[in-house]
Design a protein around this ligand. Sequence first.
Ligand SMILES: Cc1cc2nc3c(=O)[nH]c(=O)nc-3n(C[C@H](O)[C@H](O)[C@H](O)COP(=O)(O)OP(=O)(O)OC[C@H]3O[C@@H](n4cnc5c(N)ncnc54)[C@H](O)[C@@H]3O)c2cc1C
Length: 422
Amino acid sequence: MSNTHYQVVIVGGGTAGIMTAAQLKRKKPDLTIGLIDPSSDHWYQPAWTLVGAGTFNMGDTRRKQADQIPAGVDWIQDHAETFQPDSNQVTLRSGKMLTYEHLVVCPGIKLDIDALPGLREALETDSVCSNYIDPEKTWRIIKNFKGGNAVFTQPSTPIKCGGAPQKIAYLADEAFRKQGVREKTNLVFATPGSVIFGVKDFANTLMQVIHKKGMILKTFYNPVKIDPVKKQIHFKWSKPGENACVITEDQGLKEYVEGESTIIMPYDMLHLAPPQSAPDFVKQSPLAYQEGPSKGWLEVDINTLQHKRYANIFGLGDAAALPTAKTGAAIRKQAPVVVANILHRIRTGALATERYEGYSSCPLVTGYGKMVLAEFKYDNVRDSDPLLSRFFDTSKELWSMWVLKKYGLPWLYWNRMMKGRM
Ligand SMILES: Cc1cc2nc3c(=O)[nH]c(=O)nc-3n(C[C@H](O)[C@H](O)[C@H](O)COP(=O)(O)OP(=O)(O)OC[C@H]3O[C@@H](n4cnc5c(N)ncnc54)[C@H](O)[C@@H]3O)c2cc1C
């Protein structure tokens, strides 16, 4: 390690960390930046949905981290372990310490496998998979599926890319049709939520997709346990104010109710997003909310991204307590705000005027060659890109958006966003 003091220390070199470092260096080349990240690889996770559907090569989602670190930035290949914000220090797993003038915290999200009893064992079997963990396995299971209950679900915790659990269900529907097993399949999407998507325009289109495909949508289904031996998933009926549930239409699924509010559904294949949380070292740090609904996530102002108690600390990306969807697209709008604020503080001591309004977007792939681009901001208000919306109604299924997802966005990610150029 060359230095122990930097003007800016960044914790996490994923989408948020590299984008922030690259933009800072581009705007102020003489800035000293230390970036802490233990991983030798950098992943383009948005393409994992396509890998899980057999239409993207997993190897193409990985690049060497060494090649992503912007020139002039020191990469400290270690884990950040604890924060000492009162003395502007970060302690690393190796025991070394770094000091900073500004700190940017963006170590992503933790996949909390053990928060769902039975999940760890179930993932060892050949019928349970997750694009969040091993998208190549998802494709193996979809490709070899012979019919029965194909169950897709998601947890009630915050997750990255909230649309990913349903995108793979739409793609599986089409794959099953091509394989000739769709007629023998009950394709279920079960969600703890009350609707398929929080923004009405997109929810309308997605409900049409679900009807057209003959999928079974189950709302208020919160996964609480998996029994990999019996091949059953247990859901807790989560409708607010109601703790008793009744299955009105079985639809051939052979699900049944146990006790007051547990629904047990047999599966022949199961895809799920695992429960997720802030990384442990963030949860246990003084930088996290200590109480309340955001407990454990980074306590930052939702518009300036400045820490609420430590003025020289900023947080962004999946680890930040921001009431919007956790996506790379959101980070594309967050990073410039963090960069502007740090540079303005260095110059004047005050924050810049840039604000983050909660923009996020979810490319909802609805089939091979079809995509709805859901763009929105805080409070689930639709917020379309002015240029795109001049030419396309992105709330409809479009081939052009699929081309953007499969070819355009990966290129933009590696060649523009990671280089601090957008
Ligand atoms: C299946 C799937 C589909 C998705 N689809 C989309 C999509 O279509 N569009 C979209 O915009 N987004 C999508 N996303 C979400 C997107 O990938 C994430 O929101 C984004 O990568 C978050 O960036 P981040 O920098 O916060 O975290 P990450 O990119 O996950 O990076 C976190 C980094 O922190 C490092 N780190 C962890 N612990 C420490 C530590 N102790 N010290 C230092 N460093 C540490 C890690 O090594 C990692 O490099 C998808 C994600 C998945 C899994």
